[in-house]
Ligand binder design. Structure first.
Ligand SMILES: [Zn+2]
Ligand SMILES: [Zn+2]
Length: 160
């Protein structure tokens, strides 16, 4: 995913992006993600500002049932490429690349954006029932007797 400074038209334009990013996140989180979307590019004299929201999709592990599922999340991007390294116009922008000409590789910056925007806790679906804390069965796929044994007093005292 690249921005070509030599071919970028002046003023405002759009840059369509798409590609696979290695995320390098801990286990249970997506190791890589397909990132797609369009950024608005403001090409000015000494700097190029890229902004917008991309879409990332990767394989994640459900926090309740531990099943793998396909997770889609929004990745807000605000990124500046400074062509004139001496200018002082970088205030308020999270990510900064210093480069005067040629193709800018956006991969590492977009990776940072995708990791920063990654949701803190997630489940495969809102009504995921999770695992039984006693026997470990996936309650989405089956039922077990654990709860009944713990809460139903009628079974107390019956002969074996
Ligand atoms: Zn789940
Ligand atoms: Zn159980």
């Amino acid at each position: 995913m690249k921005l070509d400074l030599d071919r970028q038209p002046f003023g405002s334009s759009e840059l369509a992006l798409g590609g696979n990013l290695e995320l390098g996140m801990p286990d249970g989180r997506p190791q890589s993600a397909e990132v797609t979307g369009t950024l608005v590019v403001q090409n000015l004299e000494s700097r190029v500002l890229l902004s917008g929201t991309l879409r990332a999709e990767g394989r994640a592990e459900c926090g309740r049932c531990l099943e793998e599922f396909s997770l889609v999340w929004d990745v807000p991007v605000e990124l500046m490429v400074l062509r004139d390294v001496d200018t002082d116009e970088n205030e308020g922008v999270t990510l900064l690349i210093l480069q005067t000409k040629g193709e800018v590789d956006l991969g590492e910056s977009l990776r940072e954006c995708a990791v920063l925007a990654y949701p803190q806790s997630l489940v495969c679906r809102d009504d995921c029932k999770g695992l039984c804390p006693e026997c470990g069965i996936d309650r989405n796929q089956g039922t077990c007797e654990c709860e009944e044994q713990n809460i139903d007093p009628r079974w107390d005292g019956l002969p074996e």
